[in-house]
Design a protein around this ligand. Structure first.
Ligand SMILES: [Zn+2]
Length: 90
C-alpha cells in the first residue's frame, strides 16, 4: 500500500484518538460506556436470605439468578422477594 503523504505517527494517533464530539462514533461509544449501577438491579430476598438479580437471557433463561450466600454484601440492597419465593406465596 503506497503512502500518499508522510504523516507523522504522532499526528496519526492524535487524529485517530481525538474524541470529536461531532463524530457519531464517539457519541455512540460514550453512550455505551455509561456508568451502570449494579446495585439497582441486585436485590436481597428476605424470605430465603439470598441475593438475586435479573440477568440477560444468555446468562440464564429464567432471566434471574441467585448468588451464593456470603459473597455479596446485602447492605444497601433493595429488599425484594426473589421470583422463587414469590411463586411459593402465591
Ligand atoms: Zn427468596
Amino acid at each position: 500500500m503506497p503512502q500518499k503523504d508522510n504523516e507523522h505517527i504522532i499526528d496519526y494517533i492524535n487524529r485517530k484518538t481525538y474524541k470529536d464530539p461531532k463524530n457519531e462514533f464517539w457519541k455512540h461509544y460514550s453512550k455505551r460506556n455509561k456508568t451502570y449501577h449494579v446495585d439497582k438491579s441486585v436485590f436481597y430476598c428476605v424470605s430465603c436470605d439470598n441475593v438475586w438479580s435479573k440477568v440477560p437471557k444468555y446468562i440464564d433463561f429464567l432471566l434471574w439468578r441467585i448468588y451464593p450466600k456470603g459473597h455479596i454484601p446485602t447492605i444497601n440492597k433493595k429488599r425484594k422477594k426473589c421470583p422463587n419465593c414469590r411463586g411459593k406465596n402465591e
